[in-house]
Design a protein around this ligand. Structure first.
Ligand SMILES: Nc1ncnc2c1ncn2[C@@H]1O[C@H](COP(=O)(O)OP(=O)(O)OP(=O)(O)O)[C@@H](O)[C@H]1O
Length: 356
């Protein structure tokens, strides 16, 4: 039996700037974890602290039983001693080195099969024939692959990817995403993945940490986060457009304050703050005979490439409420195109009750 490989990253750090305070604690155990959060909430700073480019004010970072940083013990390993791979959106290849040299520089010095290691990566990343090209002679996608190859030959104990595809066009982005997914499967170690793109996060990551203003609000499996977010920040980040302030009426009823609607629910906590529903979960009904069904005026229709977004407000209200959004397919739209109002069903199993 082989020795069990430890793959634990533990991070518990604080870092304060004039207008921003990072205060986080989390652990990953060999998974691919997304750091999902609005702009400026501390995702990149977290990766930089783990990589040793930024120094936390206090705390501890442990990777596979090695202390990378500990403020009390005054340990702060140099970035090159940490065995971490960090890939930014700009790939930072050395412009005066060829593709081959850019990869070669990252191979640990004590390897005597250096050429073999480089050739293997050039092959694996479909870079054969381009070995002598300089970065400016490579496409964005090729540069991206060189940067990934360079990161991997350095044998990192953790991979950290910070919006790795944001500079690529949509087609290349899709292809690179497929490559990353297969690289991560083979790698099998801890990976931290920063992205604003919820669909990309869902396809690539197993776990999600929801960042909000320098803190982690929720860490959960991607299924839990995307199907059952428990906080306002998580609901917004996973694409929920319809969120209203909420007040508990009873164990099974909540008042959606911004919509002026009473909604039947499965179980309402005392501390419920918001109620939300994904546009995809709203259903058009023929009439309001069904539970939780209300008439809405169609205020506007936004045409998307393959669908339409309806902008709606509750019909019965004689005051202006928050608008809600619903996406309908081309064929669904045909049935309601000429209507001024429709009935919408809020299935109680799809209502998100958020307590923060
Ligand atoms: N050297 C610095 N001095 C002062 N504030 C800083 C410094 N570096 C970062 N910050 C602040 O720290 C916060 C977190 O920055 P960070 O780059 O981690 O955000 P992010 O979540 O990665 O955002 P984005 O998604 O936009 O890249 C920001 O509010 C930023 O202004």
């Amino acid at each position: 039996m082989g020795k069990e490989v430890i793959k634990i990253l533990y991070v518990n750090i604080k870092k304060e700037f004039d207008n921003f305070k990072l205060d986080i604690e989390f652990e990953t155990n060999g998974e691919t974890m997304a750091l999902l959060g609005a702009s400026g909430c501390g995702k990149s700073m977290t990766l930089k602290c783990i990589a040793g480019i930024e120094k936390p004010d206090e705390g501890e970072i442990i990777l596979n039983n090695r202390i990378l940083f500990n403020s009390k013990k005054k340990i702060n390993l140099l970035p090159q001693k940490r065995k971490v791979g960090l890939l930014f959106q700009s790939y930072a290849l050395f412009p005066n080195m060829t593709l081959r040299e850019n990869i070669a520089i990252a191979v640990p010095k004590d390897r005597n099969n250096k050429n073999e290691i480089i050739n293997e990566k050039i092959e694996a990343f479909s870079l054969k024939g381009l070995e002598n090209n300089y970065p400016h002679q490579l496409s964005g996608g090729q540069q991206q692959r060189v940067a990934l190859a360079r990161m991997l030959v350095n044998e990192p104990e953790i991979l950290m990817l910070d919006e790795p595809f944001s500079a690529l066009d949509e087609h290349l982005r899709w292809r690179m995403e497929q490559e990353i997914i297969s690289i991560l499967r083979t790698y099998g170690g801890n990976t931290l993945y920063v992205s604003h793109n919820k669909d990309e996060v869902f396809r690539i990551c197993e776990k999600v940490a929801v960042f909000n203003k320098g803190k982690i609000e929720e860490i959960n499996s991607r299924e839990e986060i995307f199907n059952r977010p428990t906080t306002y920040a998580a609901a917004v980040l996973t694409g929920c457009k319809n969120i209203s302030k909420a007040k508990k009426i009873s164990e099974n009823k909540v008042y959606a304050v911004d919509l002026g609607l009473e909604l039947n629910c499965n179980e309402v906590d005392d501390d419920v703050k918001f109620v939300g529903i994904y546009t995809e979960h709203l259903k058009v009904s023929e009439d309001n005979k069904e539970d939780n069904t209300f008439e809405f005026n169609i205020l506007n229709v936004i045409d998307n490439l393959f669908s339409h977004t309806l902008v709606l407000s509750p019909r019965i209200k004689d005051y202006e409420t928050q608008k809600i959004y619903m996406e309908v397919s081309e064929s669904q739209f045909k049935g309601i195109e000429n209507k001024k109002s429709i009935y919408l069903h809020f299935n109680k199993k799809n209502l998100l009750l958020l307590n923060k």
